[in-house]
Design a binder for this molecule. Structure first.
Ligand code: FAD
Length: 443
């Protein structure tokens, strides 16, 4: 069965002629930006080629985690967690957020070292993370196998429901006046005197002076048609839902080769942690030098494979004019096949770590395409070469947790107000300042 339970919104049906801001993509980043902009009184239109939340934002594990984050990302992650805590009460919605705490457990010396090293980063950022010895670990995570001798616990990390969160935030934004259009692919952007002047969708044109590309795994292709190089590659993440489990921890737990999280209805999401498949695509060759350091560092975890995706991507046009059908209309929802051996292996390793998972029965398997940047940090901010064009993308497998914070940050940048966190680490131009956009000039 495919990805479990994506809640639906009642989408708007009339495409407005103009907007203060048009957002391209209704994943967690796009809907969170819409919420912040609508709350500030701006007229916002969100265009989604498929359904709200249907790609990465509903396919993830649901971990809302500060622990283990890149130092550059930590202030935004901490801010985002603060927002997650307020969302449900403030807007009367149900994102499924629970402040459960999260624990990483270590079995090998190398894993122990990794946790100890990161605890120093967390400590420096005043994060509520604590290294646990064997007795504390057993008390916090009853039923854990004795071979785990150390853990790292962050009490105020948590979890939310991926099938609920993006639609719930979209509904809150709709209440504040934002328009959400589903089955509405954006083909491109038109400019006047070098600045954004309209967004062209499959249904017509929306006049606007500001737009945010929050297109997840599609952002590179979209910007490529404008002559902009956003280095972004695709990784396949696979997960499973299991039922019939009792007496296991209710907080998310991750080991070297497993991860699990309890869902609101008492089932568990299970996955093989630190293992993803990187299907080779033509972009691997185009971006080889950008990604070389990552390839060298994470070779073991990446599992580069030649699959059908290489040949299907070769056929995807990389440029088009705005009056023709685009790749976004041809693929409404990216719904890749899960890699079943990973799910089976995840459950096997999990049963060794927590024997009470023995009776677990897999009820769903699914996958999602994760978009990654060369430094695994997202791009959030203006694209200086085209005034009015902004990006919030490249979340590199962490975007669910930082989604509300990223949405707030890009909304603050678009509004020109002082951001709650320093936007510098997320600058688009860190990928190269010498971009030469090919502008589609408005008629
Ligand atoms: C298996 C898996 C596990 C994960 N686990 C976690 C986790 O536990 N915690 C965590 O923080 N993160 C996790 N992630 C990562 C997280 O899900 C993503 O980083 C995050 O959802 C990205 O959000 P987004 O809004 O950028 O993209 P998406 O949710 O992918 O949304 C982008 C949207 O843009 C739309 N779009 C694209 N092009 C166009 C266009 N031209 N016109 C209109 N619409 C367009 C797409 O249809 C899509 O709906 C995981 C991801 C996967 C796949």
């Amino acid at each position: 069965m495919p990805v479990p339970l994506l809640e639906r919104i009642t989408a708007d049906t009339l495409q407005p002629e103009s907007a203060d801001v048009v957002i391209i993509g209704a994943g967690i980043a796009g809907v969170s930006a819409a919420l912040n902009l609508a709350e500030a009184g701006l007229k916002v239109v969100v265009c989604e080629k498929g359904l709200v939340g249907a790609e990465q934002s509903s396919r993830n594990w649901g971990w809302v985690r500060q622990m283990g984050r890149d130092q550059a990302e930590l202030p935004l992650t901490m801010r985002s967690l603060k927002l997650w805590r307020q969302l449900d009460a403030k807007y009367g919605i149900d994102t499924g957020f629970r402040e459960t705490g999260i624990t990483y457990v270590a079995r090998t010396r190398a894993e122990e070292r990794e946790l100890t090293d990161w605890s120093k980063i967390g400590g420096a950022a005043n994060l509520n993370s604590r290294v646990l010895g064997p007795a504390e670990l057993e008390a916090l995570l009853p039923g854990i196998a004795p071979r785990f001798r150390m853990g790292l616990y962050t009490a105020d990390d948590g979890r939310a429901e991926p099938g609920k969160a993006a639609p719930a935030i979209a509904r809150a934004a709709q209440k504040l006046g934002a328009t959400f259009l589903e089955n509405c692919a954006v083909r491109g952007i038109e400019t006047t005197a070098g600045r954004v002047s309209s967004v062209v969708t499959e249904h017509g044109t929306i006049r606007t002076s500001a737009t945010i590309v929050a297109a997840g795994a599609w952002s590179r292709l979209f910007l490529g048609n404008m002559g902009l190089n956003f280095p972004q590659l695709k990784v396949l993440g696979t997960a499973a839902r299991v039922e019939d489990v009792a007496n296991v921890p209710t907080m998310p737990v991750g080991g070297g080769d497993f991860a699990f999280r309890e869902t609101l209805d008492g089932a568990f999401y299970v996955a093989l942690r630190n293992y993803n498949i990187a299907p080779l695509t033509p972009d691997h060759f185009r971006l080889f030098l950008d990604y070389l350091p990552v390839l060298m560092k994470s070779w073991r975890e990446l599992n580069l494979r030649l699959t059908g995706l290489f040949f299907s991507e070769l056929k995807v046009p990389r440029s088009w004019s705005l009056n023709e059908e685009t790749p976004f209309e041809k693929m409404r929802i990216l719904d890749p096949a899960p890699h079943m051996p990973f799910n089976i292996r995840a459950l096997t390793t999990l049963r060794t770590a927590f024997p009470n998972f023995a009776p677990a029965r897999i009820t769903h398997n699914w996958a999602g395409i994760i978009d990654t940047t060369p430094d695994a940090v997202p791009a959030i901010g203006p694209i200086e070469q085209v005034p009015g064009l902004h990006i919030a993308s490249g979340f590199s497998g962490h975007g669910f947790g930082i989604g509300p914070g990223a949405g707030e940050l890009i909304a603050e940048i678009v509004r020109g107000v002082k951001p709650a966190v320093d936007p510098k680490p997320f600058r688009f131009d860190r990928f190269g300042k010498t971009q030469s956009p090919k502008l589609q000039v408005a008629a």
